[in-house]
Design a protein around this ligand. Structure first.
Ligand code: THU
Length: 144
């Protein structure tokens, strides 16, 4: 069973993602992406939202996606035990924008089986799926 969210909660998450996308460093692609992560509701994470944007580099492959930036910020702020309840991804280019494969693997690292991903489809609607559905047969290692 995936986590469920009210339309207000989804709007708050996508709004944070849209805000941070304004800070995108994307002089090469001009594709401005924002990602907002809703953390677990426990004592430490308190359902906080942490956002990140894409940061490109002249050496293109060093580009950091918005999702990865947001996750790095969340770990820095809340520690290595973070658990993601939901991620919202938006872009300011009005394009469909499902997370790339690398970002799916990065989200999965901190996900639960219920984690939901919200992203815009080709019609500009916010659609959702679970990370488990978006990355079947994922690579996993036992954590010590
Ligand atoms: N990008 C993201 O930030 N997230 C994704 O899931 C897909 C792509 C960024 C990377 C690059 O700066 C630009 O979008 C075009 O690929």
């Amino acid at each position: 069973m995936a986590f469920t969210f009210t339309s207000d909660e989804i709007a708050a998450l996508t709004q944070r993602a849209a805000q941070v996308a304004e800070n995108s460093y994307s002089p090469y692609s001009h594709f401005r992406v924002g990602a907002a992560i809703l953390l677990a509701a426990d004592e430490r994470q308190k359902g906080a939202i942490v956002a990140g944007t894409n940061v490109e580099n002249a050496s293109y492959r060093l580009t950091c996606c918005a999702e990865q930036s947001a996750i790095a910020a969340a770990v820095a702020l809340y520690g290595p035990q973070i658990r993601i309840r939901a991620v919202a991804i938006v872009n300011l280019n009005h394009e469909a924008c499902a997370p790339c494969g690398a970002c799916r693997q990065t989200i999965l690292e901190f996900a639960t089986p219920e984690t939901v991903v919200f992203f815009p489809n080709a019609a500009g609607e916010t659609v959702s799926s679970t990370i488990a559905k978006m990355l079947p047969a994922a690579f996993n290692l036992q954590r010590e």
